[in-house]
Design a protein around this ligand. Structure first.
Ligand code: EPU
Length: 429
């Protein structure tokens, strides 16, 4: 297994390109199941999760072609995927595929909407919490699907097609909103989704579905209205920039000090996080090319923050913020409200010398003057990258194990950071 070696203490300087968003790419790829025509996606990041979803969609009969880099393009520019689900050959998503990536459960919506049936393995728990799918099932039932649980599989049936309905989510769910929106696009009649997730990735998927001929309004707000259509067409869509990657590197610069332009980043996708970074004392400036983060000299001020659905502070940046606050001048409080077990990074940050006390869903982080390198490992994507951020500022060498977590969601992480002067390298084997 690969490891990443980091020698900390160097400020980051220069420009760092932001990739297309993983969490928009995955549902956009799944949307290809809704049509027998070609869906072309540009600015797709090169990630293990994207490759894994290609395999899963391939199993259903989707042809996926990846265009190579064109001459004149820089290496980091996203790839173009062409997805064609002209014929769906299998409506079952088996356990061994779904268990590797939770978001692949979302194929249930498009498959039942287009084919009248889907058999999708329950995804099970994962390192950040139990993560049930009851709300996704409820949404499909509201659209007229009959749902059975058979041998660990969710079996959704709607032999005469789905019908529009009113869906009220008791809790904001990104996956529930994606699934409901995709399924309702091919349902007969009108669907209203209340307490919908307002995440920018939901709006990006809706924009793509509308290019495919769907009639969706209100995506990006808490009420989404969908007028179902009989058939969807092909389309071409460019994936929006990754706000979590943006926030992660912004925090890395705030941690090490320096001056970095996050190229292609869009500030409106992460205002709450940028405000927090500025409140802590780093410089945040919006330019025509992206967002410039600077910090010189003084240690950061501590913050109090609670994760919340968009536009609140994202759970996907909680671990990174915690790493940043490990070096702050004073005590921060970070409360996690979205996932009950998303604190696996705490004990690993402690190995670098962090002082963190956990009490239920709140972590109290007492800033220390200096972190020191150590071997660490993490059990999920965002936790892993929080260790990278801490290591960039720690004295001496850190070895991050289980790099495959990082490869799931960060495109060319070590190249991007090395390009800004970090002493970081991948050790194979
Ligand atoms: N929930 C339920 N029942 C359901 C669905 C969700 O109780 O049927 C709960 C979850 O357990 C959680 C809350 O609702 O407590 C929110 O979960 P949500 O459904 O919004 O999460 P998700 O759609 O499974 C996506 C992202 C996550 C991100 C969350 C929250 C993708 C592929 N995944 O997950 O991203 O943390 O929204 O914003 O978009 C990551 O990228 O590292 C990641 C985990």
């Amino acid at each position: 297994m690969d490891r990443i070696r980091i020698v900390g203490g160097r400020p980051l300087q220069g420009a760092l390109p932001i990739s297309g968003a993983k969490n928009a790419t995955l549902p956009l790829m799944i949307a290809s199941l809704l049509t027998d025509r070609m869906l072309v996606l540009d600015n797709v990041p090169r990630l293990a999760d994207v490759a894994q979803l290609q395999r899963i969609l391939g199993n259903h009969g989707v042809d996926v072609t990846v265009s190579g880099k064109r001459s004149g393009e820089r290496e980091y520019q996203g790839q173009t995927l062409s997805l064609s689900a002209a014929r769906i050959v299998d409506t079952t998503a088996p356990y061994d595929l779904v268990s590797k990536m939770r978001a692949s459960f979302w194929v249930v919506g498009p498959l039942v909407a287009r084919m009248g049936e889907a058999r999708v393995s329950m995804p099970g728990g994962c390192a950040i919490g139990t993560r049930p799918v009851d709300l996704l099932i409820m949404a499909l039932q509201r659209l007229g699907a009959a749902i059975d649980i058979e041998g660990g599989y969710v079996v959704a049936r709607a032999p005469r097609g789905l019908t529009g309905g009113d869906i009220v989510f008791p809790k904001v769910t990104v996956g529930g909103t994606h699934t409901a929106m995709m399924a309702a696009s091919l349902a007969r009649g009108t669907t209203v989704i209340d307490n919908a997730a307002r995440e920018p990735e939901v709006a990006d998927v809706a924009a793509c579905l509308n290019k495919m001929g769907a009639h969706i309004s209100g995506a990006g707000t808490a009420r989404i209205v969908i007028e179902g259509v009989a058939k969807l067409d092909g389309a071409r869509h460019s994936v929006l920039p990754d706000r979590i990657e943006t926030g992660t590197y912004a925090m890395a610069v705030a941690m090490t000090g320096g001056d970095v332009l996050l190229e292609g980043a869009r500030p409106e996708l992460l205002e709450t996080a940028l405000d927090l970074i500025a409140e802590a004392g780093a410089g945040v400036a919006v330019t025509n090319e992206g967002i410039r983060i600077t910090r010189n000299g003084a240690r950061l001020a501590p913050v109090d923050v609670t994760t919340a659905p968009f536009p609140g502070f994202p759970t996907d940046l909680q671990a990174q913020l915690m790493a940043l606050m490990c070096g702050a001048r004073g005590t921060s409080r970070i409360t996690e409200t979205i996932f009950e077990n998303r604190f696996m990074h705490v004990q690993e940050l402690a190995r670098l010398g962090a002082r963190i006390h956990l009490d239920g869903e709140t972590a109290t982080v007492e800033g220390v003057e200096r972190l020191t390198g150590a071997p660490v490992m993490a059990t999920d994507l965002r936790a892993s990258v929080s260790l990278v951020i801490a290591a960039l500022a720690a004295e001496g060498e850190t070895l991050v194990n289980r790099v495959y977590h990082l490869d799931r969601g960060f495109e060319r992480l070590e190249h991007k950071l090395a390009g800004c002067g970090a002493a970081i390298e991948r050790l194979s084997g």
